[in-house]
Each structure stands twice: as C-alpha cells, then as structure tokens.
Design a protein around this ligand. Sequence first.
Ligand SMILES: [Zn+2]
Length: 243
Amino acid sequence: MTTRTRSTASTDSATASSATASSINTSSARQQCQACLRPQRTCICRWVTTLAPQVEVLVLQHPMEVANAKGSARLLHLCLAGSRLETGEAFEPGRLHALLAGERRNVLLYPETAEEKSLGVATPPPFDRAWLATPQQLRLVVLDGTWRKSRKMLYLNPLLQALPRLPLTGTPPSHYLIRKAHLPDQLSTLEATAYALAQLEGAPERYAPLIAAFDGFVAQQAAYLPASLSANLPASFSANSPA
Ligand SMILES: [Zn+2]
C-alpha cells in the first residue's frame, strides 16, 4: 500500500530526488505515504482491510480534518472499495451535484436534530425502509468533521439538506478513545459508517473487520500520546498488539 501512486503526489517525494546529500535524511524521514498521506514513520496502511460494500460510500471531508492525525476518514476510504473521499466545506453546487449523480439513491448519514429548524436547515425527506431491500442502489453520504463543522457543511450545502437521512440505531459505544467526543453517543466517522453500512445491508457482522482495523489505528495513535493522557486507556490498547 505504501507505494501506491496517487495523483496527489507529495512535494516531499518530488523534491527528494534533487535534494543534496545532507538534506536527504530529513526528506526521507518526512516522506509521505502516498496511500494514507501520512509521514512514512506514522503510516497507517498496515490496518487497511479491503471490503466491498454493496452501498457506495461518498465521504465529504471538512478541510480542517485533512491533516488531523486522529481522523479516521482516510482509513475508511482505503478500506472501502469504490468509496470516494472529497474535501470541502461549501461545495460548488455543480461539483456536489456531480458527486451525487448517477443511478444510486443518496442517503445522508446525519442525525436529525432539534436545533436545525432554528438554523434554517430544510426538513429532509423521510427515509423509506423499503430501500433496504436493494442496498446496491444506495449511496451513503458521510460528513467527516467535528460536530460543529459537519453541521456547518450541512448548513452551507442545500443539496445535502435535500437528502433523506439515515437514522443510526442501536450502535455500540465508540472505540474512539483518543478523541474527545462532543456527545456520549458520538462515533468516529469510520465507526458510524461501518454501522450504517451494516444497517443498510442488513448484515450486522459484515463490517466487524472495519471496526477491528479502527481499533488497530486507535492503538497506534494512542502510542503517540503523552503517557499522562494514554494512562486511562485500557491495557489492550497497545501499539504493539497484533492487528
Ligand atoms: Zn500509509
């Protein structure tokens, strides 16, 4: 995975070839993995497990999440065949329309909240449970950002407001021990998507490997925390534990 070629080649690797001998060490230490876009030494690709959902997944990532080391969206994207990861806040309507186009019915993974009306967010059309019969005709649209940022994305993109919402039900507690949640039941982007896919495809266990990949990722990130912060984590969360 670490040698995968992407169009978003880093400037680090581009400059390495012309670097002087004294700067090569610095450059290679910072060299970016082309798959997960992290420095090689903190590459998360060993956790990638490939799954092929019936439901197509489109992740809309807030720009502030792109460089967030604790973010789970890129791992999610690398694990899900056919998924797309696009970055933006207020999307150009033509671009967003194109992302949402095609045969599939779009469903937004976002809870309906009481505060939306006061923000002027349009009431979404209802989710029809009959759609669950044909998950291969669905596209799950996921907003990757903090609670505040994802709400802003919804507010700024009327096309997203017009999508029916998937109500997530009966989700287990988050394994996201490295990032403070804003609500007790708030999940990481990866976890919420895994549970949503399981729900939409009527397959509770199908996405367990995705949660296992996430656990490995969380353990790796926890190892980078100062000891004072990681002391509260369960003993099982060690970066040395097997995948
Ligand atoms: Zn990587």
